[in-house]
Ligand binder design. Structure first.
Ligand code: AMP
Length: 142
């Protein structure tokens, strides 16, 4: 199964924020869309960074509530690991486990086209395993 298959079923909406948006605005986006990370991009197509809820939680003990007024770019991770629609779900599961993050933006021709979360990957892998199990049961019963 490919990342393209996941995108086909879940869609290609990606919530982005400008690097100059405030962390307060970012928390509103996370809550409103019920997501765990936002891609940072000035034009919505080229990736400048990624900020997840973990970045905000880690900044809070050091900066306190003032972090809400800071710009998103002060918290974002700039070395963003991305994938393409042609990569496999298994490859992504390994990548997310190795790097210990739960979000991977999908790019095609250097442009942001979607995002996959660990939830999407687990759901796709479960469906694959269930299909395989059904096929094996059918095979054994024949
Ligand atoms: P997450 O597990 O996705 O909430 O993110 C954990 C940490 O990894 C945070 O510091 C994120 O900014 C960072 N992060 C999340 N996704 C990526 C990614 N695709 N590439 C690089 N860093 C990431």
């Amino acid at each position: 199964m490919l990342i393209a298959d996941i995108i086909r079923s879940k869609g290609s909406d990606v919530v982005t924020a400008a690097p100059t948006a405030t962390v307060a605005e970012l928390t509103r986006l996370l809550a409103e869309h019920r997501i765990g990370a936002v891609v940072v991009s000035g034009d919505g197509r080229h990736i400048e960074g990624i900020v997840s809820e973990r970045d905000i939680v880690r900044a809070l003990p050091q900066q306190g509530g003032e972090v809400l007024d800071a710009e998103v770019r002060s918290l974002m991770t700039t070395e963003v690991v991305t994938c393409t629609p042609k990569q496999t779900v298994v490859e992504m599961a390994e990548l997310m486990t190795r790097h210990r993050f739960r979000h991977v933006p999908v790019v095609e021709d250097d442009e942001l086209v979607a995002i996959v979360s660990i939830g999407d990957i687990v759901k796709a892998r479960m469906a694959l395993l269930e299909d395989e199990r059904d096929q094996l049961i059918e095979y054994v019963q024949q």
